[in-house]
Design a protein. Sequence first.
Length: 419
Amino acid sequence: MLTKEELFSFIEKEKQAIFQRGETFFHCAELGFKEVGTAKKITDLLDEWGVSFQKEVGVTGVIATIGRGDGYHIAFVADIDALPRKDGMGNIHSCGHSIQTTMALSVLKALKDSEIMEQTDCRASFFFTPGEEYIDFKYRDELIAAGKLEFRSGKQNMIALGCFDGVDCVLSAHANGDEGTKFDVGSTLAGFMAKKAVFIGRAAHSGAAPHLGRNTLHGASLAMNAISFLKDQFAPEKGLRLNPVLTECGGSVNVIPDRTVLETYVRANDNETLFEACKRVDSCLEHCAKALELECFITNTTGYLPLKQSEKLNKTVRENMLLFCGPEEIVENPVSGASGDVGDLSFLIPTIQFGFSGIKGRFHDDSFEVSDYENCYLTSAKIMLGTIYDLLKEKGARAYPKEYKQRKKDYLCMLRRKD
Ligand SMILES: [Zn+2]
Ligand SMILES: [Zn+2]
């Protein structure tokens, strides 16, 4: 088997082509499930390199696999979608997903050219996943209505389609906004659930006979009080965030309101807190409605689950980072309030997402720019490649998802639930 150094040389050799691909993908910015040009560029390269793939998976996703064995199956997940520009002039890769796409292709090509997979019974699959940014709902809901998608996010659809069945671990990387450091390892991502409560009461004349009405605004404001008291019952490190707003207040001043809509996101750093908080918020809403003889209809829309990283895999990732930088340049276990659908994968399969710096400007803003090409495109790809190398070689570093089947069942059940 090749040494790790020899494997890294396959990235180094391609340096100029990799930088060029990085630029090409950065300037091909398309919104979720519209990444037709990006997918075409990916499949053109795969064709050129003689790598087999599936395309149009969950509308615009691409999956390419290297290796034929039935041993350990490693997944590298790379987002491919972009965001709308703030100035209205098209789209921009202001979350750096084009870097992930470029990185995945670099790692894939190095594995292919080095023929390293042929010396093992393992496989490496590259998932180019659409629609990670949770935006553009009108278009996505149309695709759902037309039966082309089941959920609003790329990875959620790929999970439902069974694309991750048989995968042993998920590797991913995302640009971070840290300056002065090179990488981060073990970051959290918050999970969230969108909740909508419709209070239904009875209208009446607010002057002549208010006692004949049942005021839904009273029910909603009672529930908002209960929800704000509830926050006190969760420890701060659980990251619970509840910010209810009244999106429909109803009525005019001479009428007792008979319909009020309260909406909130429930955010938390771990699944247990997220599920527990959802249950307790429902209980606040239902009981406050009941106390005032109102009806309350609650709808939940699952957003993304919190990211829970595999410590075992992160140990391997960190060791590979240390080949390129000192420990002081690695941020350990940062807490992030952002969310991503890689969190959903981490619920099912041992998953990691490391962060790499080298960005100028702000995320999700037109000022976003890649500034450190070496770190974003080369070193990050080598860290990923080194991690895969260790997983191929060292059985002890592997983490198998024993409960995948049951977890997937529970997960899809939760996503499909309509309360
Ligand atoms: Zn983003
Ligand atoms: Zn992102």
